[in-house]
Write a protein that binds this ligand. Structure first.
Ligand SMILES: [Fe+2]
Length: 323
């Protein structure tokens, strides 16, 4: 498998600047035909630093609570995964994971979803073209380049997979993968196979014609990624504030090479809509529809406001928004 950096895959790089509205159609096509893209300068770096600190504090608070219960999260066994209560929490901590609810519980006026600006939600609404919601699978995660070398035992690089293996096929999900620090150079980054969705589904064991998902096929992929031989992978170096955008059918894995020696912290902000197929319909014109397509809970991202549309349109030099 050849690994392409941004310069070698210019079609997969977009800048969240004054011209971004006009590029929404390209971004959606990119997800359908190539599986992913990187969105540069999408989040203010100060906000990234603020949330990195909140995640670290939340982790510290929950580690302390586990200790109060007599649990050393570093020794949480694998079969505690998904359990209710402190055993499940300890297992998540061992993987380096923080769930959004924990952070909001510790810091009530804050939500990891606040990383996503109203401007950015314009693309999410455009992508789905239908009501969507926050996914329960959103979380933040530390990842160490090598298993066992870090004292907290945060998990090792993640093997090739599609998120549908873990989250099912009933809902189509878009994943905004947000590194909370620079990655892809000294810290592990992310890589994704450059494939149309239909091919990625087939390689992952899903028959889009029948809707059957052969999970054993997917597990074979995890154990033997040789099926990806000849398929290029996209692995951009990223700065805090960039976002890697993909779907739950995008084949992806940690991008880790020996020179990467530091752990990294990232957030996976997921949005779903209740259909297994790629949302073919184009969403509302970002500035032509004053209604939000997002049925969020109150702590979720704000609705699309006329003010934001007007501001983006003004930045765009008055050009017509895509529809
Ligand atoms: Fe994943």
């Amino acid at each position: 498998m050849s690994v392409l950096v941004t310069q070698e895959a210019p079609d997969q790089e977009f800048f969240f600047d004054k011209g971004i509205l006009a590029r929404f159609p390209e971004m959606k096509v990119c997800l359908a035909e190539r599986g992913s893209f990187v969105l540069r300068d999408a989040i203010d770096s100060e906000k990234i630093y603020q949330y990195r600190e909140l995640v670290e504090k939340t982790h510290h608070i929950y580690v302390g609570r586990c200790a109060d219960k007599g649990i050393d999260y570093r020794t949480a066994p694998s079969d505690w995964q998904g359990r209710e209560g402190w055993e499940g929490i300890a297992h998540a901590l061992r993987l380096g994971q923080i769930n959004p609810g924990w952070l909001t519980h510790c810091f009530p006026d804050n939500s990891i979803y606040h990383l996503v600006s109203e401007d950015l939600l314009l693309f999410v609404a455009y992508f789905f073209g239908a009501p969507y919601r926050k996914s329960q699978s959103t979380h933040t995660r530390w990842l160490s380049p090598d298993q066992g070398t870090h004292r907290e035992r945060f998990d090792h690089p993640v093997e090739w997979h599609v998120d549908a293996q873990h989250h099912g096929t009933a809902e189509f999900t878009i994943n905004l993968w947000v590194p909370l620090q620079d990655c892809g150079l000294t810290r592990p980054g992310l890589q994704a196979a450059i494939l149309p969705i239909a091919r990625a589904q087939a390689l992952a064991g899903f028959n889009s014609g029948t809707g059957a998902f052969e999970i054993n096929e997917a597990l074979r992929l995890n154990g033997d990624p040789s099926v990806l031989d000849g398929v290029p992978a996209f692995a951009p170096a990223m700065r805090a504030g960039d976002i890697f955008v993909m779907t739950h059918w995008t084949l992806h894995a940690t991008y880790a090479v020996p020179k990467m020696t530091e752990r990294r912290l990232s957030a996976e902000l997921r949005f779903s809509y209740p259909s297994s197929i790629f949302p073919e319909a184009l969403g509302p014109s970002p500035c032509g529809n004053r209604q939000s397509s997002c049925d969020q809970e109150p702590d979720g991202p704000s609705t699309t406001s006329p003010q934001h549309c007007d501001r983006l349109r003004a930045q765009d030099g008055g050009s017509t928004a895509p529809d």
